[in-house]
Design a protein around this ligand. Structure first.
Ligand SMILES: *[C@@H]1O[C@H](CO)[C@@H](O)[C@H](O)[C@H]1NC(C)=O
Ligand SMILES: *[C@@H]1O[C@H](CO)[C@@H](O)[C@H](O)[C@H]1NC(C)=O
Ligand SMILES: *[C@@H]1O[C@H](CO)[C@@H](O)[C@H](O)[C@H]1NC(C)=O
Ligand SMILES: *[C@@H]1O[C@H](CO)[C@@H](O)[C@H](O)[C@H]1NC(C)=O
Ligand SMILES: *[C@@H]1O[C@H](CO)[C@@H](O)[C@H](O)[C@H]1NC(C)=O
Length: 302
C-alpha cells in the first residue's frame, strides 16, 4: 500500500514536471474581451528553470497560431537593468506593460478594431551561453464587443419610382434595427453581414421624419432622415433634390445625452434621367439625430 502510494506520488511528480516542462510554464487566461475603440491588456506570466538570468531576454507575442503565427510584438532587454526595447509593434499598437524580469509579459493593445479578433500567444527567449525559449500553446482568444453605431442612413428612389429608407449599423452582438416614423410603409427587409446590419423600409408614402434605432446589450444609437415629396407645378422635367447629411451618434447606455452634434453634409441636385415621363414629385431628404425616441410612431414592420 505504501509502495503504491509512493509510486503514485512519483508518477504525479513526473506528470507535474512534464506539464511544467522542466520549470518552464506560461500562464495566460483562455479568453479576453475588449470593446471596439478601447484598449485591452492581455496578461501573460511565465516561470523558468534558471536561478538567475542576467542574459538577453526577448519577449514575443504572435497571433493566429503558436510557433508559426505572425509576430505582432517583440522587445529585447540585454540585461536585467535594461528596459525591454520594442523591436516590433505592429502598427505601433502593442505596448509591453509587464516587467519581463519579473516574469510578466503582459501587453496592451490600443484602439481595438474588428481585425484584432484573434488568438494571441506569448513567448520568452533567453540568449547568451544558454539558448532557451518557451512559448504558450493555448493562447488567449480575444473577443470583441461594440455598442451600436449608425453607419449610414438614406432615402432613395427605386426604379418603379417608389421610395425607400435604408439604415445600416454595426455592433457586436449584432444590433437590432427599428424604424419609426409617420405610419406609412407596409414592408421592410433586413440583411446582415459580419458586424453590420441593414434594414430597408419600402414604399415610403408619408412625409416626415424617419428614425432608425440600433440597439444591442451594450448600447443604443439613433439616426434620422427626413422624407418630403412635393407636388410640382406643370413642369415636364423632374427636379430631384436630394440632400444627404450624414451623422452618427451613438447613445451608449451610460453616455451623457446631448454631446455635440457631428454633421457631414453632401448635396446634389439636377434633372433625373427619367424625364421622359412627366413626374411631378420631388424629394427632399435630410438627416438628423436626436437623443430620445419620444414622440414618434411605430411603423408596422415584418
Ligand atoms: C508554418 O507555416 C508554414 C507556412 O505558413 C507552413 O508551411 C508550415 O506547415 C507551418 N508549420 C506548422 C508547424 O504549423
Ligand atoms: C503583470 O503586469 C500587469 C501590467 O503591469 C499587471 O496588471 C499584472 O498584475 C501583472 N501580473 C502579475 C502576476 O504580477
Ligand atoms: C483608432 O483607429 C481609428 C481607425 O483605425 C482611427 O481613425 C483613430 O484615429 C484611432 N484613434 C486613436 C486614439 O488612435
Ligand atoms: C450610404 O448609402 C448610400 C445608398 O445606400 C450609398 O450610396 C453611400 O455610398 C453610403 N455611404 C456610406 C458612407 O456608406
Ligand atoms: C405596400 O404598399 C404599396 C403601395 O402603397 C403596394 O403597391 C404594395 O402592394 C403593398 N405591399 C404589401 C405587401 O402590402
Amino acid at each position: 500500500m505504501k509502495g503504491l502510494g509512493l509510486l503514485l506520488g512519483c508518477l504525479l511528480c513526473i506528470f507535474k514536471k512534464g506539464l511544467q516542462f522542466n520549470g518552464w510554464s506560461i500562464k495566460v487566461p483562455s479568453d479576453a474581451t475588449g470593446e471596439i475603440g478601447k484598449s485591452i491588456v492581455l496578461p501573460c506570466t511565465f516561470t523558468h528553470p534558471h536561478k538567475t538570468f542576467d542574459r538577453t531576454l526577448t519577449a514575443i507575442w504572435r497571433i493566429k497560431e503558436p510557433y508559426n503565427g505572425t509576430v505582432v510584438f517583440k522587445c529585447v532587454a540585454h540585461s536585467s537593468s535594461e528596459l525591454c526595447k520594442t523591436a516590433t509593434s505592429y502598427k505601433n499598437r502593442y505596448k509591453l506593460l509587464g516587467n519581463p524580469r519579473h516574469n510578466n509579459l503582459s501587453i496592451k493593445i490600443d484602439n481595438l478594431t474588428w481585425s484584432d479578433s484573434n488568438r494571441y500567444f506569448c513567448r520568452v527567449e533567453f540568449s547568451g551561453d544558454l539558448h532557451d525559449k518557451y512559448e504558450g500553446r493555448t493562447g488567449i482568444r480575444l473577443h470583441l464587443i461594440a455598442a451600436p453605431r449608425i453607419i449610414n442612413i438614406t432615402v432613395s428612389s427605386n426604379e418603379d419610382h417608389t421610395f425607400k429608407a435604408r439604415c445600416t449599423a454595426d455592433g457586436e452582438p449584432l444590433p437590432s434595427l427599428t424604424w419609426t416614423g409617420p405610419l406609412s410603409s407596409n414592408s421592410s427587409s433586413v440583411t446582415s453581414m459580419n458586424h453590420q446590419i441593414t434594414k430597408e423600409l419600402h414604399h415610403l408614402t408619408h412625409d416626415g421624419k424617419y428614425v432608425c434605432t440600433a440597439e444591442n446589450s451594450h448600447g443604443r444609437a439613433e439616426g434620422a432622415v427626413y422624407f418630403y415629396k412635393f407636388k410640382g407645378a406643370n413642369s415636364n422635367s423632374i427636379l430631384i433634390l436630394i440632400c444627404i447629411a450624414l451623422g452618427v451618434k451613438a447613445l451608449m447606455l451610460l453616455a451623457i445625452a446631448g454631446i455635440g452634434l457631428l454633421w457631414k453634409g453632401d448635396c446634389f441636385s439636377g434633372p433625373g434621367s427619367l424625364s421622359r415621363q412627366p413626374i411631378q414629385d420631388s424629394t427632399y431628404e435630410n438627416l438628423d439625430r436626436r437623443n430620445n425616441g419620444g414622440g414618434s410612431q411605430s411603423l408596422p414592420t415584418h
